[in-house]
Design a protein. Structure first.
Length: 102
């Protein structure tokens, strides 16, 4: 298997395809382009941890760089802007299908 075989880089969670199917959490390795912005979605059940593996992101006035972690709590909107091409390790807990709202 290859990371490109998975939907947008999501490799673990309650979905197919997955390396491990579980309702406990979701893990993805996501590639974002400089200038990409969060779409303002939120989750009612997930807490989401984002570790910047490479690149940079801005949320409000806060800047995050390689090695930094930013967190979205349930009901917190994803208003992030990627300042450089960025690779993220994203962990969401729990894995609840359909938990994405606009």
């Amino acid at each position: 298997m290859n990371l490109q075989d998975f939907t947008r880089g999501w490799i673990i969670g309650n979905f197919e395809p997955s390396v491990i199917k579980t309702t406990e959490l979701e893990i993805g390795i996501l590639d974002l382009k400089a200038g990409d912005k969060g779409d303002g979605h939120w989750h009612e059940h997930h807490k989401e941890w984002n570790l910047i593996l490479s690149g940079a992101a801005k949320i409000g006035k806060n800047l995050y760089f390689e090695g930094d972690v930013f967190i979205f709590e349930p009901f917190e909107k994803s208003n992030v802007e990627y300042m450089q091409d960025t690779k993220l390790l994203v962990i969401k807990r729990p894995s609840v299908s359909g938990d994405k709202f606009y």
